[in-house]
Ligand binder design. Structure first.
Ligand code: DLZ
Length: 156
């Protein structure tokens, strides 16, 4: 049985990718955006092929990511947001909408849209996951998008 492994021959200089960050809780999402961009640069993707965009809140992320795929012709997108339960009475609605929207966009577009959206009970938990104590979830999402781009090219 053939084994599909990651393509080691991917030329990261040919990859175009977008990072879209929600402005809500921007003290968190700014750090995650930075972590994501640094991770993509670390892969060798040229600066001019890493698009950085902002949208109002996490609810808008799926549509903003779709714009990137359709209009910027990117190979993938990293969606960055922070939904904090204490900060929103409609936490569950925003979380459900962004999760479903991004899942649907992955399958409809056939391109990776990484889920870098924190859903936490407290600000402290979000801060911990934005690069200060427990790694940077923006960077982790960016590397997931890269791995999926590699996987797509490996199965072609
Ligand atoms: C309205 C709202 C609230 C209360 N809380 C958050 C949040 O914690 N994180 C986030 O990313 N966005 C929040 N929003 C904004 C919504 O995502 C959306 O931008 C607005 O409802 C306008 O469509």
């Amino acid at each position: 049985m053939p084994v599909v492994t990651k393509s080691d021959t991917i030329d990261w200089k040919t990859v175009r990718i977008a990072v879209v960050a929600a402005r809500w809780n921007s003290f968190i999402t700014d750090e995650m955006l930075k972590g994501a961009v640094d991770a993509l640069k670390g892969k060798g993707i040229p600066d001019k092929q890493i698009y950085q965009l902002r949208c109002p809140g996490s609810f808008e992320l799926p549509l903003a990511c779709k714009y990137c795929l359709d209009e910027l012709d990117t190979d993938g997108v990293v969606a960055i947001g922070a939904v904090i339960r204490g900060g929103t009475p409609h936490f569950d609605y925003v979380c459900d909408a962004v999760t479903r929207g991004i899942t649907d966009l992955n399958l409809e577009s056939g391109k990776p849209v990484a889920f870098g959206v924190l859903t936490t009970d407290t600000v402290e938990q979000a801060v911990e996951r934005a690069g200060i104590h427990k790694g940077n979830k923006g960077a982790e999402a960016a590397l997931s998008a890269c791995e999926m781009i590699e996987l797509q090219r490996a199965v072609k």
